[in-house]
Design a protein around this ligand. Structure first.
Ligand code: NAI
Ligand code: MG
Length: 356
């Protein structure tokens, strides 16, 4: 198989974890005779420093000409005081929009060996296997106006939560399709008791559900969902929700597994290319120290192999290697538990590589 992959390391720990994931990708390529042609490009604060914009046109072109995209993370305190359009996070919002990546998939599975690293009790999290499908190109992060303004003669600010019906429908359809491949339950999360966009969201979810009689649909208000995720996470299979609710709930779901450093994600469009990235940020507090957990990014590569290239066997081999390495007790600092061996980023990558 011959595939072009755009690689966007970004800022902070981004380059460290992406280097590890690329190594694993290359090992898979060598062992199973696939040609992965990598093109590196800039995004985020490093791109602003070099070119004045966090998402140069060249990066968009490279991504559009690729079969899949691997991204590290963007951001850092040194760029916080820049005007909005130069800030690293704008690069992220813009690439999602430019590639129409409307559905962000964030699976959370509980590794048995990591159950002790979770702040929750073992019997609550053992066996958790859920996926958050977050709408990614609409809602309050993109609505206009979004600005400082004057309200009733007093200074204030406004953001706008808006959705076209078709934007709601396509992401809910995606969630139902995914549920068909799993245990066939969709929980649609909204705030229909307060928000008009949520009432429309709920109507559309009910309409889509009619096309999937084999899948069970339930509705849940977002505040209750936040509570249920901690109280009884095993009740969930596929959670589908709008952009901001999904942002918050998927970070919450990540603590179930013990660390942000374990969670991979993929962002899908109608026609591709899809984008793969860890759900965590650029972790400026530990950047450059070779201690970041590379597993979320490595697992993002396995998602890429499965969803973009249909290489199910190779994807499973990476996942099994990660599981074995954890079972052997190798831990980066964020997932450290009693009786385990502390390893650096590069040592963790090397262990997974050897296991493959
Ligand atoms: P963060 O996810 O970067 O870090 C939160 C905490 O988790 C930190 O203590 C960090 O050290 C730890 N952590 C994160 N990933 C880790 C890993 N792989 N291994 C070990 N520990 C890890 O979130 P934070 O601190 O709120 O944001 C830092 C910067 O990242 C900000 O500029 C923010 O805007 C940006 N950000 C970027 C995202 C992206 O590129 N997709 C997503 C979230 C935040
Ligand atoms: Mg977030």
């Amino acid at each position: 198989m011959n595939k072009r992959i755009a690689v966007l390391p970004g800022d902070g720990i981004g380059p460290e974890i992406v280097a590890g994931a690329v190594k694993i990708l290359q090992t898979i390529g060598t062992l199973y005779s696939h040609q992965f042609e990598l093109t590196f490009a800039d995004i985020g604060g490093c791109a602003t420093d070099k070119t004045g914009t966090p998402l140069p046109n060249e990066t968009i072109t490279i991504c559009k000409n690729s079969d899949a995209i691997l991204l590290g993370a963007v951001g850092g305190p040194q760029w916080d005081s820049l005007p909005v359009e130069k800030r690293p996070e704008q690069g992220l919002l813009k690439i999602r929009k430019a590639l129409n990546l409307f559905a962000n998939l964030r699976p959370t599975t509980c590794y048995e060996s990591l159950a002790v690293a979770s702040p929750l009790k073992k019997d609550i999290i053992e066996g958790v296997d859920l996926i958050v499908v977050r709408e990614l190109t609409g809602g309050i992060y993109f609505g206009t106006p979004s600005e400082r303004t004057v309200i009733d003669g007093k200074p204030g600010a406004v953001d706008t939560l808006q959705y076209k019906n078709e934007e709601i429908e396509r992401v809910i359809e995606k969630a139902f399709e995914i549920a068909r491949t799993r245990s066939k339950k969709v929980t649609s999360v909204d705030k229909a008791n307060v928000l008009e966009t949520s009432r429309v969201w709920r109507e559309i979810a009910n309409q889509v559900a009619e096309k999937y009689p084999d899948v069970l649909l339930e509705h849940m208000l977002v505040d209750n969902a936040a509570m249920q995720l901690i109280r009884n996470p095993k009740q969930f299979d596929v959670i589908v929700t709008e952009n901001m609710f999904g942002d918050i709930l998927s970070d919450e779901a990540s603590v179930l597994t013990g660390s942000l450093g374990m969670l991979a994600s993929s962002s899908l469009s109608e026609a591709g290319p899809y984008l793969y990235e860890p759900i965590h940020g650029s972790a400026p507090d530990i950047a450059g120290e070779n201690i970041a957990n590379p597993l979320a990014t490595i697992l993002s590569v396995s998602m890429m192999l499965r969803l973009s290239f249909q290489l199910d066997k190779e994807a499973a081999i990476i996942e099994e290697a990660v599981n074995n390495v954890l079972n052997k007790g190798y831990r980066t600092r964020d997932i450290l538990s009693p009786n385990s061996t502390i390893v650096s980023t590069t040592e963790m990558v090397e262990s997974v590589n050897k296991e493959i």
